[in-house]
Design a protein around this ligand. Structure first.
Ligand SMILES: Nc1nc2c(ncn2[C@@H]2O[C@H](COP(=O)(O)OP(=O)(O)O)[C@@H](O)[C@H]2O)c(=O)[nH]1
Ligand SMILES: [Mg+2]
Length: 593
């Protein structure tokens, strides 16, 4: 299915055209029929010559209902732009085109109606040029917008229009069926005995009966669904859908049903502002923001030439890259009310408290793009779930567990940790090994696992503390030749921490079973299995490396991540299982705990 919205000045024949194409009545209200005027959004559908179905969202053209028009067009990917042959370009033709351009609607066709009343030529030429200039296209790439002359009264030109609609919808990009759902509600009502029904245009993703979605932070259950008045088990966007929700749900136009965890509900967003064609700054401090079917009052705080912070009157589920249309509803007749496009660059913007913080933020936003790398430059560390909810799948591997770091920030932390550990040792001569928690606090990190991931040779972790591995604990109590041999071993292990020395090498250093046992008792070596020894803390470091693997993992994946052989990897993994760093999933797989 495809969904196409109408656009154009009042009385130019939009509703008549939808009626002629579908045989359905888009003006449902008694008042609309009495006044011959569209007030509310209208819905009608038909099959095109190709067999594809198209649903129309018919919008009002009257200037008083611009908000409703935007709610109809908001979630829809394509428009049928209507201009009357006998009137030509009019104020709401202009206003609707500015709105479409601002929202970034790129697909459409031009229909010059009332062609039985006047020569459609001049209106077609004038409006066609304007639409093409505004970037509206009918075909897959480049070219101009297709223009058709029709009469809703005589039916002249309707067949050609149907064929053109097929070309229009064939060129629309296919939406992702796996995309997270955000269904902007355009109608909501309760049906006696079956709860609440909401309707909307599903732009992408899939909704199924039984799904749990979120509405303003509350979970709601989809009891059943319909598309174009037919019951369905599941519907994939683009589609018009009606969802029957379980129970009584407070649902309204402008609110959205979303996949839980896939969107960030926010009342604060940092945006890049692009003035609408013909609009001039500076922006007023109070405007209305439109996205999907929502229109929400907002405060605009300019940060720089193109950057601003929006404070929305209620939270909206947003992703980076979302486009909001900013409008000044207070403007009078003849003035341009659509003022700007606001592209979302951050949905959890940092507080601006220090002097100069706003200017600094504006500079950062000027360089920012709507992706995870930009977000990490601001937030430094983010969990995978937060990135997903912001609409930015993580770019690379996490640094540990589900944490992603800005590469520059991470490198800085790696450089700082040895210094922090050294200063701690100086200040605590009796117990020089720094607790992980103290290091976490000192580096201002939100999770202790991040500290463990920052520990690199010669630092090691043992028993929740960081030691500077070379001055290995305990060699002091050993006989001098054993202590010397152990230090030689540890020096070798600093480079390749998981390549336990072979039996031959141990013998060469004079480390027989008795000597090894003494070194292990003294805490100078870690015994993993008979004849397999590593530096103290090597097990925690191995655990940190394994936590960064895709989970679960096999012995051979662990072996190559650790840079060692099966001789060491197998007993080391068993040791990690015992210590609770890892656990077995099945005969072949383990995962980090
Ligand atoms: N002669 C003629 N009248 C039309 C045509 N299309 C619409 N009209 C009339 O123009 C008026 C406004 O049409 P309507 O579809 O309500 O316009 P809308 O406000 O754009 O939806 C109505 O009186 C229609 O009957 C047409 O192609 N030819
Ligand atoms: Mg109408």
């Amino acid at each position: 299915m495809h969904v196409v919205a109408t656009a154009g000045h009042v009385d130019h024949g939009k509703s008549t055209l939808v009626r002629a194409l579908t045989g359905m009545e888009p003006d449902r209200l008694e008042e609309e029929r009495r006044r011959g005027l569209t007030i509310e959004l209208g819905y009608a559908w038909t099959a095109l010559p190709s067999g594809d179905r198209v649903a129309f969202v018919d919008v009002p053209g009257h200037e008083r209902f611009l908000g409703t028009m935007l709610a109809g067009v908001g979630p829809v990917p394509a428009v049928m732009f209507v201009v009357a042959a006998d009137e030509g370009w009019m104020p709401q033709s202009e206003e609707h085109l500015v709105a479409l351009r601002t929202l970034g609607v790129r697909h459409g066709l031009l229909v010059v109606t009332r062609a039985d009343l006047a020569d459609p030529g001049p209106a077609a030429k004038d409006a066609g040029d304007r639409l093409t200039e505004a970037g509206l296209r009918t075909g897959p790439s480049g070219g101009a917008v297709e223009t058709l002359a029709v009469s809703g009264r005589t039916g002249e030109g309707l067949d050609a229009l149907r064929a053109a609609l097929d070309r229009l919808v064939a060129a629309l990009p296919a939406p992702d069926p796996e995309a997270p759902v955000r269904l902007w509600i355009d109608r909501a009502f309760s049906v006696r005995g079956s709860g609440t029904v909401v309707t909307g245009t599903l732009p992408a993703g899939r909704v199924e009966a039984g799904d749990e979605l979120e509405l303003d932070g509350e979970r709601v259950r989809v009891r059943g669904l319909e598309s174009l008045k037919e019951r369905a088990e599941s519907v994939t966007g683009v589609a018009r859908v009606a969802l029957n929700l379980r129970g009584r749900v407070a649902a309204d136009r402008g609110h959205a049903l979303v996949t839980p965890g896939a969107w960030t509900a926010t009342g604060l967003a940092d945006v890049r502002v692009t003035m609408a064609e013909g609009a001039r700054g500076p922006l007023p401090g109070r405007l209305t923001a439109h996205i999907g079917s929502a229109s929400v009052p907002c405060e605009v705080r300019p940060l720089g030439a193109e950057a601003a912070r929006l404070r929305l009157a209620r939270p909206l589920p947003l992703h980076l890259g979302d486009v909001l249309l900013l409008r000044d509803p207070g403007r009078g007749q003849g003035e341009l009310r659509v003022l700007a496009r606001a592209t979302v660059l951050d949905v959890r913007p940092p507080e601006l408290r220090r002097r100069g913080a706003a200017r600094e933020r504006a500079r950062a936003l000027a360089e920012a793009s709507a992706d995870a790398a930009s977000l990490l430059r601001t937030h430094l560390l983010l969990r995978e779930g937060d990135l997903v909810a912001m609409g930015c799948p993580p770019p690379g591997r996490p640094v540990t567990a589900d944490w992603h770091a800005d590469p520059g920030h991470w490198t800085g932390l790696l450089a700082r940790l040895p210094e922090v550990v050294r200063r701690y040792a100086e200040a605590h001569p009796l117990e020089p090994a720094m607790p992980l928690e103290a290091a976490r606090h000192e580096l201002g990190l939100p999770d202790r696992r991040l500290v463990t991931a920052l520990v690199r040779p010669p630092l090691t972790v043992a028993d929740g503390r960081i030691t500077t591995g070379r001055t290995a604990a305990g060699t002091a109590g050993l006989p001098a030749p054993v202590a010397r041999a152990v230090r030689t071993l540890l020096d070798g292990l600093a480079e390749t921490p998981f390549q336990a020395p072979e039996a031959g090498r141990l013998a060469e250093l004079g480390l027989g079973p008795r000597e090894l046992a003494a070194a292990v008792r003294a805490g100078a070596l870690l015994r993993v299995a008979d004849g397999v020894v590593l530096a103290p803390g090597a097990d925690a470091r191995a655990a940190a490396v394994l936590a960064r693997l895709p989970q679960p993992f096999t012995v051979s994946q662990a072996r190559s991540a650790l840079g060692t052989s099966r001789r060491v990897a197998v007993p080391l993994l068993e040791h990690l299982d015992r210590r609770g760093f890892t656990e077995r999933v099945d005969d072949v797989h383990r995962r980090s705990v």
